[in-house]
Design a protein around this ligand. Structure first.
Ligand code: P5A
Length: 449
């Protein structure tokens, strides 16, 4: 992509409405635009990040054996009357009438609809276990939407649903999602800690919130410091093997949100030098609620004795539009965003310091072509602007590598390579530039570990 042909409406001034750094930087970097309270457009740069986040989540869900489908945003109220949640959900649910006066809702979640899909097709224990998921917009009429897309009214969620014959198998499915979440957040550059949590309007008696520690986080949390040092299960993991050891390893150390535990619990359960009392961002949550929906909605299967039984279920959410600001909260400096390579909107920015100089532009064009050919996601700053403005934009939008080429370097056969994260700069021979970038990017995409 060439910046002269792109749509990147960066802001010069500090947006006054933004209270936290991620919101400020997403507005300044031209990633989002607010259209109404808690409702946002995703501009090209932001949308590119959101799509990379989505791809990683899909890869890890698929790896764990979940199957993707797509349910609509609008749902008939009658489904929610069957489960009893139409009245129970309260004012957060956006209720709509169509022209025939039928009640619809804009889905805040999909337990009812997936249960309806399940019961229409699955009748036998032989078709279990089953894990289905989709990535779709949700609406919750939050009292206090704030912090940009961190807590919005319309937001993009990945929601998975597991169906099993009995509790023992349902726990195996829960563990699959639990482990896949550890891997997903690691790949997104925000290793998240699973913590015991309240179940709220989703229900059930077992739940974990996946928390990224951050000063600006909305949740008060307590945990054992060793959880920050744990290893993430590798890509060679066998999802059909026994995952209970991994889950036990993570859940045996104390970690809980303030809704289920207190500072006193932390003191009672964790040695003094290992106590963490902090704030965090909830990027995902898992629930096991057995037959809460399957029973009232008649989602039964015949078991091996020919008996009809309600299926045992769980649901598993990740907030995609919250993950983007969560990554920024975890990774930025005073000049702007610092993207992890795995979700960076572009992996490299090629900065032409003299767009009007033919020789310099030819060298840049050649390197640009070679990087594209090598499948490096590159953006080419070919704008006719001063060096200072170009460096400021590159830092603000957080591209991990900056390859800087000017007329002097072209004469001496050198380019400058800057690493956004460390600020390190190095002169490299022009003829090695492409290979050097490949070597820095490809092994750090986190798609092979
Ligand atoms: C699990 C999947 C559920 O809704 N039903 C289907 C269950 N869980 S949840 O915890 O309520 O939401 C899942 C994740 O969605 C994100 N999220 C939000 N993101 C932005 N703005 C909001 N207002 C918002 N509400 C929820 C969170 O990441 C949450 O973990």
């Amino acid at each position: 992509m060439r910046l002269t042909k792109y749509f990147l409406p960066v802001l010069k001034e500090e947006p006054k409405e933004a209270e936290i750094v991620s919101h400020r930087l997403m507005l300044r970097a031209g990633m989002i635009r607010q259209q109404a309270s808690g409702i946002y457009s995703w501009l090209p740069l932001g949308y590119k990040v959101l799509q990379k986040v989505q791809r990683i989540i899909e890869e890890e869900q698929n790896r764990a054996g979940a199957i993707e489908l797509l349910m609509p945003t609008l749902q008939p109220a009658d489904l929610w009357r069957e489960s009893g949640r139409y009245d129970a959900y309260g004012k957060e649910m956006l209720r709509i009438k169509d022209r025939s006066d039928r009640d619809l809702i804009y889905g805040p979640t999909n337990e009812e609809m997936i249960t309806d899909i399940f019961r229409s097709a699955i009748k036998s224990y032989k078709d279990l276990p089953l894990i289905l998921y989709h990535i779709q917009w949700k609406f919750r009429d939050e009292i206090r939407p704030r912090f940009g897309t961190m807590r919005s009214r319309e937001f993009l969620m990945k929601d998975a649903y597991t169906f099993d014959l009995n509790q023992e198998n349902a726990v195996k499915s829960y563990n699959k999602m639990f482990v896949s979440y550890l891997r997903t957040f690691y790949r997104l550059g925000i290793p998240a800690i699973p913590m015991r949590a309240e179940t709220g309007p989703i229900g059930g008696d077992l739940s974990h919130e996946f928390i990224v520690l951050a000063k600006t986080g909305e949740s008060e949390v307590f945990c054992h410091a060793d959880l920050l040092e744990k290893n993430i299960p590798s890509i060679d993991l066998d999802y059909d093997g026994d995952l209970s050891k991994i889950v036990d390893d993570w859940t045996s150390l104390f970690a809980a949100t303030e809704d289920v535990a207190s500072e006193e619990d932390l003191i009672a359960n964790v040695p003094s030098d290992k106590r963490i009392s902090a704030r965090g961002i909830e990027v995902g949550q898992t629930f096991y609620f057995a037959d809460k929906y399957s029973k009232p909605m008649g989602a039964d299967v015949t078991d091996s004795n020919g008996k009809q039984v309600s299926v045992f279920c769980g649901s598993y959410g990740i907030g995609l539009t919250r993950i983007v600001p969560a990554i920024i909260e975890a990774s930025h400096d005073e000049n702007g965003i610092i993207w992890p390579i795995s979700v960076a909107p572009f992996e490299v920015i090629l900065i032409n310091l003299r767009a009007k100089d033919d020789e310099c532009s030819n060298v840049c064009q050649d390197i640009y072509n070679k990087l594209k050919k090598a499948n490096i996601d590159v953006v080419y700053d070919d704008r006719d602007q001063g060096a200072g403005a170009k460096f400021a934009t590159a830092d603000l939008i957080g591209i991990p590598l900056q390859l800087i080429i000017g007329p002097r370097g072209v004469k001496s056969g050198e380019a400058e390579l800057k690493i956004r994260k460390s600020g390190e700069k190095e002169n490299i021979p022009l003829e090695n530039a492409v290979q050097k970038i490949i070597d820095l990017i490809v092994p750090n995409r986190r798609d092979k570990d």
